[in-house]
Design a protein around this ligand. Structure first.
Ligand code: SF4
Length: 278
């Protein structure tokens, strides 16, 4: 029998960077950007309309289009009955009006068909969340994100709404794997935390994605969860460390405390909601 080859000495494994747990990420990001205002937003049918208007455009443009739509037609029943061309003209300031106008009209009319000629969707709050989501998903063009927005922000349910920022930050932090797509991410993230953490997670991650963990050139040196992020950019870390800004803060970092400590960060389109209040 030939002698066994000597076993190769094992190379010591490189130490794993410690991960960031979801509770730690929520806590640290909320300390950094919060507290977050969790104010009631629009009723479900208005929220749904707003959600369509906000697709692929800025908050400012979608607010402008939504305001113009409501000023032109007064209520959503009138929008449902209007000509597509008139809806398109009303929302022209928001971008992609040619696509969004027929989408809005179709969705509103489908709700009327399914809901005994009513646009009042508050009954969804009485249903188990899974069933309420399925009800919304049967509407044309309503995916998991739009359904999550309506369930969460209109109806106060612990539904996850994964937008591009939340998806990116979650992947970079390793909270969701690289093979999890945006649709699947809703299920994975919802299952990964207790219901009471869903809204704080949403608010913290979306704000972090907008302000620091940007799609292009994330500001890793200014990131409060960089200690455990497997995607952190070491160059950005070094640049931040080399920074000799007189205020001692890394480039891009928001100022803590002081002027903003007591002011809750508003959720998008709070202003529009206020305008719609009687
Ligand atoms: S370290 Fe960089 S990539 Fe990781 S979460 Fe922070 S900003 Fe994003």
């Amino acid at each position: 029998m030939p002698p066994k080859a000597a076993a190769k000495p094992r190379r010591p494994r490189r130490a794993q960077k410690p991960g960031v747990t979801i509770p730690d990420a929520i806590r640290l990001l909320t300390q950094e950007y919060g507290p977050f205002a969790n104010e009631p937003r629009l009723d479900p049918a208005h929220e749904l309309t707003f959600t369509i208007l906000s697709q692929h455009t800025s908050d400012r443009n979608s607010e402008r289009a939504f305001r113009s739509l409501m000023q032109r037609f007064g209520d959503l029943y009138a929008v449902a009955a209007a000509d597509v061309d008139d809806i398109e003209a009303a929302i022209a300031g928001g971008g992609l009006a040619k696509v969004k106008a027929p989408r809005i009209k179709t969705v509103l009319n489908r709700i009327l068909e399914l809901n005994a000629n009513s646009l009042d969707l508050r009954f969804l709050a009485e249903m188990p969340m899974h069933d309420a989501r399925a009800w919304l998903r049967q509407l044309p063009g309503i995916g998991p994100k739009s359904a999550g927005i309506i369930l969460s922000f209109s109806l106060g349910m612990p539904a996850m709404a994964v937008d591009t920022h939340i998806f990116r930050v979650s992947q970079r932090l390793g909270i969701i794997g690289p093979k999890v797509n945006a649709e699947k991410a809703h299920e994975v993230l919802e299952a990964a935390m207790p219901p009471e953490d869903v809204y704080p997670f949403h608010a913290a991650f979306i704000t972090h994605g907008r302000q620091v963990c940007k799609a292009q050139r994330p500001l890793c040196g200014a990131c409060v969860v960089n200690y455990g992020c497997p995607s952190r950019d070491e160059k950005a870390m070094n640049a931040a460390a080399d920074s000799d800004r007189p205020d001692g803060q890394a480039p891009g970092r928001r100022r803590r405390g002081g002027d903003r400590a007591a002011t809750p960060t508003p959720v998008p389109h709070t202003q529009v909601v206020k305008e719609l209040q009687p």
